[in-house]
Design a protein around this ligand. Structure first.
Ligand code: 13P
Ligand code: SF4
Length: 399
């Protein structure tokens, strides 16, 4: 926590030098002692300003967190450290206490870490998370998943506060479909029905006729007449797979998920040689060549259901490895083997966005009610229609 020349310069630049070396050093020292983190200059400066602001305004929880660092770097963990409370604690109990005090519900996707799945009120796939969000009577929804899942919850529940533990938890698939370009594509094909995967921003959903997840995509596509022209976005792998099983020729957006595209055919073949009796479970976001090796292609919930109902002992799993937590919990006597990604020494394939969420961030998010997901009301007004349509069709289909 040595004050560097760069830090002095920044203090002078940003705050006219109003922070003394001692004061800043004190803040950084406290942060270091409480967290064990060595923090960067920007965060240190922001932490100092926060502390000063709080003292001067006597505001217990200043609403504006102005930071020269990225919004998340100046995170709830740093706030916690400034408050001097990051001592020994039972994070599990503290999360539980806060959830009750604030009437909050914690929703978790299967790709979260085991500890988050264990503390969540509900764990499920993308469809289940949207369904639970739509029917909860909690005041706060904490979406332990990625940003688009938080947006979907916010669009469905505009009057509730929707929080995500890490605001940087994005999605490469959603990012592969910028709203302006997709809207242009839709405009160029006025005679097409637009079907979008739930892994999209609210702005993309706003120009969509019906949203789908991998649990209901086949049935929703089949609910349209065969001759109906359809745009399907953004996942080309899921789109190709649905085209193949419904014998359609939907026009596909060229997007993909960086996690699911990485599963290697060679490694699945090697694992299959090692476990010849195993079922190969594949998520439809994987490439077609990988899906061809599958005994079962389905959403995370579908793969889990298959594993529970199967008489097989071994399962080779080609989706984000978080799902193995629930598979092992539900079937402790069975053996689940994650497929590693290509070019990796790791044994399994994790979504680096999903894994940004941690138990500590979940606690801080509940405590500070931040970061909050917001959706432009004009966009939300349009985006809610195709999501509701998906929920209604799914209900009729018993999904
Ligand atoms: P499902 O949970 O709907 O299978 O989706 C997988 C996924 O990639 C979520 O981001
Ligand atoms: Fe997005 Fe892929 Fe991560 Fe799912 S696994 S959140 S699709 S990047």
């Amino acid at each position: 926590y040595k004050i560097t020349d760069a830090m002095k310069e920044q203090l002078a630049d940003f705050y006219g030098g109003f922070a003394s070396e001692e004061e800043t050093a004190g803040t950084i020292k406290a942060l270091y002692e409480n967290t064990g983190y060595v923090i960067d200059t920007h965060t240190a400066v922001a932490a100092f300003v926060y502390k000063k602001f709080k003292e001067e305004t006597k505001d217990e929880k200043p609403a504006v967190i102005a930071s020269t660092a990225s919004p998340y770097k100046f995170s709830a963990s740093v706030l916690e450290a400034i408050e001097g409370e990051l001592s020994e604690r039972d994070e599990f109990d503290m999360v539980d206490k806060l959830r009750k005090e604030k009437n909050a519900v914690i929703l978790g996707h299967y790709y979260q870490s085991g500890e988050i799945q264990d503390i969540a009120d509900f764990v499920g796939d993308s469809l289940a998370l949207a369904q639970w969000a739509a029917k909860t009577d909690a005041d706060i929804i904490v979406m332990c998943g990625v940003h688009f899942m938080g947006e979907t919850a916010k669009v469905l529940c505009p009057d509730k506060k929707v929080l995500v533990p890490d605001f940087n938890a994005g999605c490469s698939l959603a990012d592969s479909c910028p709203a302006d370009k997709f809207a242009q594509f839709v405009k160029e094909h006025p005679d097409h029905t637009v079907i979008s995967y739930v892994n999209t921003t609210a702005a993309v959903k706003a120009v969509t006729d019906v949203v789908v997840t991998s649990t209901n995509a086949k049935q929703i596509v089949e609910s349209f007449p065969k001759e109906q022209k359809i745009i399907f976005g953004p996942d080309r792998n899921l789109g190709n797979y649905i085209n193949s099983i419904t014998n359609r020729n939907m026009l596909l957006w060229d997007g993909a998920c960086h996690v699911h595209e990485q599963f290697s055919v060679e490694k699945i073949i090697e694992l299959k040689a090692q476990y010849p009796d195993a079922d190969v479970l594949v998520h439809p976001e994987c490439k077609g060549v990988v899906a061809k090796l599958a005994d079962k292609v389905a959403s995370t919930a579908g793969l889990l259901k298959h594993a529970i109902n199967s008489s097989k002992q071994n399962f080779i799993v080609a989706t984000e490895s978080g799902i193995l937590h629930e598979m092992r919990k539900q079937c402790p006597e069975k053996n689940f083997i994650p497929v590693p990604p290509e070019d990796s020494t790791c044994a399994c394939n994790e979504c680096n966005f999903m894994r940004l969420n941690t138990l500590e961030k979940l606690y801080n998010t509940l405590k500070y009610e931040w970061p909050e997901v917001t959706v432009d009301p004009e966009i939300a007004k349009e985006a809610v229609k195709p999501i509701q349509r998906m929920l209604e069709i799914s209900e009729k289909l018993g999904l």
